[in-house]
Design a protein around this ligand. Structure first.
Ligand SMILES: [Zn+2]
Length: 414
């Protein structure tokens, strides 16, 4: 049975930090189709374009007709648990530390049969289940069967908790608490049960509505942090870096300018200084220490969240230089993801469409509310995705980008 997450014991500071073990991460190229879907929180399988067979495990050719036209299609995952078994021994260090481990064989309603991890709330076979895809500690896709009814949390199963970065009882750093999104994120993580929330503030003289109210929250401590100043980032990392479980980088410099709108490069430099170099400064100071704390159990460093923009995928010329800075940040976050992987720290990138804030005043709706972006971040931490596209605009841009990136580029010039 699942058990509700409890407050972790304090770490013994005398003991050496454990080195993290990771589950097996080798996958074939075609199997990364599962990972691509799991990265955005979906479960997808190959569906033959010629005979319609749904296929698992992923292969280069259709098992029925040998066709190589095998597009990935999202699945609802409903099926019947045929059998279950308990693993009591493993040659893999990761599973050796965690046995006994329950596995099952599920016949999906669409025909394919899949091997899955079993959520603790799944009963004995035969019974109805829903198969979902999750990213494990090695950031690779695995399948997890959960009860068909209800919405059980992965974090409530002690064995599967590692696949999530649940905010409850965690210590969180939000790098910019002055922006409207930053404030919404602080409120959302406090509501979701964070233990301590450090809130960065760059310009103490700048009065922002709502910011003073944040200070009154019991969990919140405001810290000086200016991402354009390497010394400021170093100082904060020296003070709290070894305690941060989840870092949420909400710092964002946004001006609505194309290339010809203004002479000089000062504005673009400011955007780069916060959106790209700010991330780099944070990554250099907080990255290594978080990576080293990836195996402290429930008190370990688990996640790094970057607030990017859907404009990172394809440049939106009206916000041309801003888009370029977000594209640079996206590229850097991929390097950070690779560096933090061996520590089991997940890098989650968030790609909202236009946010309903002061820098998008002249943009027509639909715009996403800051609270909705914050809710999407908390939800992503409680689940197991690594790329998040909150709101209808982001979802629509993503679909158009996946379908035809060149078409999206052309459409955005109009
Ligand atoms: Zn076929």
């Amino acid at each position: 049975m699942s058990e509700v997450l409890k407050r972790p014991k304090r770490k013994n500071p005398v003991l050496r930090s454990r080195a993290p073990t990771l589950p097996p991460a080798i996958r074939s190229r075609v199997a990364h189709g599962l990972t691509a879907a799991a990265a955005r929180g979906a479960f997808a399988l190959q569906v033959c374009a010629d005979c319609g067979a749904v296929q698992y495990p992923p292969r280069e050719a259709c098992r029925q007709c040998l066709s190589t036209r095998l597009p990935w299609r999202d699945q609802d995952g409903h099926g019947q648990l045929l059998s279950a078994t308990v693993l009591r021994h493993s040659q893999e260090l990761f599973f050796r530390e965690r046995v006994p481990w329950r596995l099952g064989l599920v016949q999906l309603d669409v025909g394919a049969t899949v091997v899955t991890h079993l959520h603790a709330d799944v009963g004995e076979p035969p019974c109805r289940v829903r198969v979902t895809a999750a990213l494990d500690r090695a950031s690779e896709a695995v399948l997890v069967a959960v009860p068909a009814a209800g919405a059980p949390k992965l974090a409530d199963d002690p064995k599967l908790r590692d696949m999530t970065c649940d905010v409850r009882f965690r210590k969180v750093l939000v790098t910019d608490g002055k922006s409207s999104v930053g404030q919404a994120v602080v409120r959302a993580v406090v509501e979701a049960g964070a233990d301590i929330v450090w809130v960065g503030a760059a310009e103490p003289w700048k009065k922002m509505p709502g910011f003073d109210a944040l200070r009154e929250l019991r969990q919140v401590t405001v810290m000086p942090l200016d991402l354009t100043d390497s010394r400021s980032v170093q100082d904060l990392a020296g003070e709290i870096g070894f305690k941060v479980d989840i870092l949420i980088n909400t710092a964002d410099y946004h001006r609505t300018l194309g290339i010809a709108a203004r002479k000089g490069v000062e504005n673009a430099q400011c955007e780069m200084d916060v959106n790209y170099f700010g991330l780099l400064r944070l990554a250099q100071e907080f990255g290594p220490v978080m990576k080293a704390r990836g195996a402290d159990g429930q008190s370990s460093a688990v996640a790094w969240v970057n607030l990017l923009s859907i404009y990172a995928l394809s440049n939106f010329p009206l916000h041309g230089t801003y888009s370029a800075s977000k594209a640079a940040a996206l590229s850097l976050s991929q390097a950070l993801r690779a560096e933090l992987k061996s520590g089991g720290v997940r890098v989650i990138n968030v790609f909202p469409g236009p946010i309903d804030d002061e820098w998008n005043q002249l943009l027509l709706p639909p715009k996403i509310a800051p609270a909705a972006v914050a809710a999407a971040i908390v939800s992503a931490l409680g689940g197991s995705a690594e790329d998040v596209y909150p709101g209808d605009v982001a979802q629509e841009w993503l679909a158009r980008f996946i379908d035809n990136p060149k078409a999206l580029e052309r459409e955005l010039t109009q």
